[in-house]
Design a protein around this ligand. Structure first.
Ligand code: PXG
Length: 458
């Protein structure tokens, strides 16, 4: 069937048969779907012959870039040897063991056990279940409540959506009991007159207040992304995570770092927890673990948690057909080898600095650019009606949408989250490609300014 593809109209077939994730289908059918046909390095090719710089690395995941034959070979080799076997019922496979061992080596101190799943959502779901079982095992079954944050994103299973702080998702599905949400550490949007440092403490203490309100004896865990990605690349002030560490410890609350986006070098450190000094009890990993080449995720358990789960919890009634899938694990191992051999993690820190400096220079005169922020190769550009007062445009999300469409038309993919343009290019991006990304961003944000000029404070 795939050999005949040139002869069929993929747009029509897609509209007829494909129900997409996170999509308004009426709107999609009116515009027509974009068909991506191939990719190499940081570039995508679509069916119309356009070449597009993917400044999002797919959905924040293609760390090692597209077209890596080493990953293809690792998959083919493992598929030939053992394409599948499960890790239930007292069995394991070579790639799963070796990957668990490798993850224990590169993860922060004390995180020595990996539980495998297929997606970030499944990892989050698994971490939340583990938190509940942990407290049950310690004789505190009433410790059930999970605290997350507004604008948090922890996936789209019902538990993940409930832990996340996306109100539209809560409305449709994620309204499970025993979840609460606190203010995100989003200084630009919510910091008012406070300095970022003051606001970091203030936002962390919302957690303390929430625990007090609920009673620490009822709270199982706090879950947070080191940097909130899908929520708009919200980078907490430096004061935030140390205070959260303290609050979780003092109140005997598990701390879950959702590293699905931050993990595997995005921040210029292997994990976001390394960058911010977070002391998690569990970490969820996905996306960059295989650079998106195959589905795979993991929950890393700190020894504190693993000892209880292994020695005292009895049987763990949880797992997936594809937990520890040998082909995904083989690809992950090769992918981590690439990150290490090509020094892509330290490279992300250096390239991120170059990228932000160039963006700052290119966008300095654009009146709607309120802030450019980033850590490593994850970043954001705030579009604002008045940059002196950090005032957003009317109908939040409208101007971001305009900008995103200009970006696409100009050949660069950036995401709009409300009116915040976010980016996370492959860690392999080179200097010329950084220049190209900056040029295309400058052009697109310039066109956006022209389109909304009348609304901008002079
Ligand atoms: N946690 C975090 C921090 C994520 O960013 C998930 C969990 C869920 O992973 P899965 O593999 O189940 O999708 C994510 C995923 C976007 C976007 O548009 C972000 C994600 C997924 C899809 C779209 O920003 N993040």
């Amino acid at each position: 069937m795939l050999d005949n593809i040139d002869a069929v109209n993929l747009q029509d077939l897609d509209a007829a048969h494909h129900f997409h994730p996170f999509t308004d289908h009426k709107d999609l059918h009116a515009r027509g779907v974009r068909v991506i046909t191939s990719a190499e390095g940081v570039f995508l090719h679509d069916a119309k012959g356009n070449k597009i710089l993917d400044a999002m690395a797919g959905l924040w995941c293609v760390a090692a870039g597209y077209g890596r034959s080493e990953l293809v070979e690792a998959a083919a080799k493992q598929m030939t040897k053992l394409p599948y076997y499960n890790t239930f019922f007292k069995t394991t496979n070579e790639p799963a063991v070796m990957l668990a061992t490798k993850l224990a080596q590169i993860a922060p101190e004390g995180m020595n056990h990996a539980f495998f799943a297929c997606s970030g959502s499944e990892a989050v779901d698994s971490a939340l279940r583990t938190a509940r079982v942990y407290w049950q095992t310690l004789g505190k079954p009433q410790k059930k409540i999970i605290i997350g944050r507004e604008y948090g994103y922890h996936g789209s299973t019902t538990l993940g959506a409930s832990a996340g702080g996306m109100v539209d998702m809560h409305r449709q599905a994620g309204d499970m009991p025993n979840f609460r949400h606190i203010l995100p550490p989003y200084w630009y949007g919510k910091g008012g007159q406070m300095s970022p440092e003051e606001f970091g403490i203030y936002a962390a203490r919302q957690l303390e207040a929430k625990i007090k309100e609920l009673g620490a004896e009822n709270v199982a865990a706090f879950i947070g992304e080191p940097i909130q990605g899908a929520g708009g690349v919200i980078i907490p002030p430096e004061t935030y995570w140390p205070e959260v560490n303290r609050i979780c410890k003092e109140n005997d609350i598990l701390l879950i770092a959702d590293e699905v986006i931050c993990g595997f070098g995005r921040t210029g450190k292997m994990f976001g927890s390394d960058y911010f000094g977070i002391k998690p009890d569990m970490m969820t990993l996905a996306k960059g673990i295989t650079s998106g080449y195959l589905p795979l995720s993991a929950v890393m358990l700190h020894d504190r948690v693993a000892e209880v789960m292994i020695n005292d919890a009895g049987e763990y009634y949880h797992g997936f057909t594809y937990s520890g899938h040998p082909v995904s694990c083989a690809v992950a191992l090769k992918n981590i080898e690439i990150l290490e051999n090509e020094k892509l993690v330290a490279g992300a820190a250096a390239k991120g600095e170059t990228l932000r400096a160039k963006l700052a220079e290119a966008l300095a005169d654009n009146p709607i650019v309120g802030e450019i922020r980033g850590v490593g190769l994850i970043g954001a550009i705030e579009l604002t009606a008045d940059k002196r007062t950090r005032k957003f445009f009317e109908k939040n999300g409208r101007v971001g949408g305009i900008c995103r469409d200009f970006c696409f038309a100009n050949g660069v993919i950036m995401r709009a989250v409300r009116d915040t343009m976010v980016f996370s290019p492959p860690l392999t991006i080179n200097d010329d490609e950084i220049d190209m990304m900056v040029e295309l961003a400058k052009k697109s944000i310039g066109q956006t300014y022209d389109a909304v000029k009348s609304e901008v404070a002079s």
